[in-house]
Design a protein. Structure first.
Length: 554
């Protein structure tokens, strides 16, 4: 009842569930209402919740996905982790924490919450945007750091056992390697056929996944390298199967429910008086996470050629710590490396940063409008980085069409228009998309479509058609919609040609036409109309292999 009530209040305040769960844990503990009396069942459920959480992390670590991690995500993710760790450690020392505690807290500050970021970006329909894709890359890098941190902690725990010798360490490492070999063999020979059979009954597939996570966690705990790594390996064992997303979606509610008991167990170990005394340190570290993390992301992305808007929106996603931070600190407490006061400090930082960053991500575009002048120095670095690309894409030949957005949809439209004899100039604010066009000897320039001043450098005099293949903005067509800004800027620049705008949401046609669009493209509806046309045409022949290859080329 307490969890439901606090969760409802959190929902009204637009806060993620983890904030409510932390509050419930503190209130249910001895420093609050002291209603969490059955410690052993709570600890058992808490351990199972952590195992399921690590299982879901492992199930996202498909080795193929890790290999395809983009350079910008890898560089920015590693840069953010390094920056937060080093400067976080120095700040902790300056606050009077001892060296070991400072290391733990600094590492805990590097993790961002996958659950929160994906949920907020999905709600805003920005998960497929450029900054959304880069943010997901951050999360993969941070997940790898989580794995490394857990392995290090497990190794430290083995060495710190009372009376443990080299033989015990060797036996644990041997057991771990054996278990890893079993996982690799399972992935290679068993995972796909077994899950394919189990998937005939979705309930059986989920039961198997839970059993696998619990079994691996128990084996990991029994051989000495920890239940956390056991649960993680169970997830990795299923990460390459085609059913991993379905398993993750089904287990998410169970994970959230079981994590409630982790936070109740956490709250039972915290003292509200100690939380109050660490308020000053928590405020300093929270400001560091809320301001420092986004700024370092903006700086690194500017060095890679991305302008301030993309860097700012992506940077806001790392302006909080995660549930892994608390699990990491709890492991440190269990090993006797840090005190419960340090755990309480990180818990308070978590409450502050998660609550604040939720609003920061939700109102990211409004915040960018406020801080845009202060971020302009970062654009100078980005401009120097992309100057060569812009020069390479600017041709003296006149263009008659400009396509904004060189993603899968806009890029395909541009290439097909070129095939029809149109002279197309592509525009995108992703340096990688511009480079792809340059590699194919196609004209393209790097630019931020949301910046009206950018239009002054485009060859609009010879252009009679502009295509805006840009993702839909949050909410309705309004002042924050990049497409609306562009249409207005085109009018002010004296453009008299046709403007085509794409949208993936129904009911937008009238709004976009009212905003000034001459043609409204609806990819899903247009594709469905074309499919019906083909289905009802009895004399349509199947495309030849060469025609299919041509379509793939474009």
């Amino acid at each position: 009842m307490l969890a439901a009530a606090i969760g409802f209040i959190g929902m009204l305040l637009r806060q993620p569930l983890i904030v409510s769960f932390i509050a419930v844990g503190i209130l249910a503990g001895p420093s609050g209402l002291d209603i969490a009396q059955s410690s052993e069942p709570i600890e058992l459920l808490a351990e199972l919740g952590v195992a399921i959480l690590l299982f879901l992390v492992g199930i996202k670590l498909d080795l193929k996905l890790v290999r395809t991690l983009g350079a910008v995500s890898a560089a920015t993710g590693l840069g953010q982790v390094l920056f937060t760790s080093v400067f976080g450690y120095l700040i902790c020392l300056a606050l009077g924490l001892d060296s070991r505690t400072s290391i733990y807290v600094a590492v805990a500050l590097t993790f961002s919450s996958t659950i929160i970021i994906v949920k907020l970006l999905s709600d805003k329909r920005e998960i497929d945007s450029l900054h959304g894709r880069i943010a997901l890359g951050f999360l993969i890098v941070q997940d790898l750091v989580v794995v490394l941190a857990m392995i290090v902690l497990s190794a430290i725990g083995i060495g710190a056992r009372e009376g443990s010798g080299g033989s015990e360490v060797f036996s644990v490492l041997a057991a771990g390697l054996l278990m890893l070999g079993v996982v690799l063999g399972f992935i290679r020979y068993v995972a796909d056929p077994l899950t394919a059979r189990l998937a005939r009954s979705p309930e059986l597939l989920i039961s198997f996944a839970i059993a696998l996570a619990a079994a691996f966690a128990a084996i990991g705990d029994a051989v000495g390298f920890g239940k956390e790594l056991g649960g993680l390996l169970a997830g990795v064992a299923l990460a390459s199967t085609p059913f991993r997303d379905a398993i993750a979606a089904r287990l998410a509610p169970l994970r959230d429910f079981l994590l409630l008991f982790f936070f109740i167990a956490l709250g039972a170990s915290l003292d509200l008086a100690n939380l109050g005394r660490s308020g000053g340190e928590a405020a300093v570290l929270s400001l560091f996470v809320l301001i420092g993390n986004p700024l370092i992301v903006v700086a690194i992305m500017a060095a890679l050629g991305y302008k301030r808007r993309t860097g700012f929106l992506a940077g806001l996603t790392v302006a909080q710590i995660s549930e892994f931070s608390l699990i990491f600190m709890a492991m440190g407490v269990s090993l006797g490396h840090v005190s419960t006061e340090a755990l309480g400090l990180v818990t308070l930082v978590g409450l502050i940063t998660i609550a604040a960053s939720t609003y920061m991500i939700t109102y990211s575009h409004q915040l960018y409008a406020m801080f845009e002048p202060l971020l302009r120095p970062f654009d100078r670095l980005a401009i120097r980085r992309t100057a060569a690309a812009e020069d390479a894409g600017t041709d003296t030949e006149a263009h008659d069409t400009i396509v904004f957005g060189l993603g899968r949809y806009g890029g395909t439209i541009g290439r097909l228009l070129i095939a029809e004899g149109r002279r197309v100039l592509g525009v995108d604010f992703s340096p990688e998309a511009v480079r792809r066009w340059h590699r194919d000897d196609l004209p393209a320039v790097y630019g931020d479509a949301s910046d009206p001043e950018f239009l002054t450098g485009l060859p609009l005099r010879s252009v009679d058609m502009v295509v805006l293949a840009i993702p839909d903005a949050e909410g309705g067509v309004n002042a924050h919609d990049t497409r609306t800004v562009l249409i207005q800027a085109l009018k002010e620049a004296g453009f008299e040609g046709r403007v085509a705008v794409s949208t993936q949401r129904g009911g937008r046609r009238d709004e976009l036409v009212a905003a000034g669009a001459d043609i409204v493209l609806e990819p899903f509806r247009d594709a469905a109309d074309r499919a019906v046309e083909l289905l009802l045409s009895p004399h349509v022949a199947a495309p030849s292999p060469s025609e299919i290859e041509d379509q793939r080329t474009f």
